[in-house]
Design a protein around this ligand. Sequence first.
Ligand SMILES: [Zn+2]
Length: 105
Amino acid sequence: MAREPVSDNPIKTASCKCCGSNARATSVLASRIGPYSFSYCDDCAENVDEPAEMVNTMVRAVGGVENFLGWKPFGSSAAIADQVNVFRDGAYIPARLWLSEAQPQ
Ligand SMILES: [Zn+2]
């Protein structure tokens, strides 16, 4: 599901919060998993990426990895961990897989 930009104003200087690369962010989008918005490059926006720090924050907020992996948003039959990706080592990794490989602090 495509997300609508929070702002129509193009971001001129911010880098992408998700991949952190030199790619210039072009949109500000709401997180799919919590009440925050971040600057996104086009690739991360298209790949429904979430900043790794945001995933870790929500893991803590819901009481741990196990709870996060079972968390289904209201009205959805799929777990959010299967709907969002984290950018690591040049690739988009499903949050479920990333959490199984790298447990958050
Ligand atoms: Zn990006």
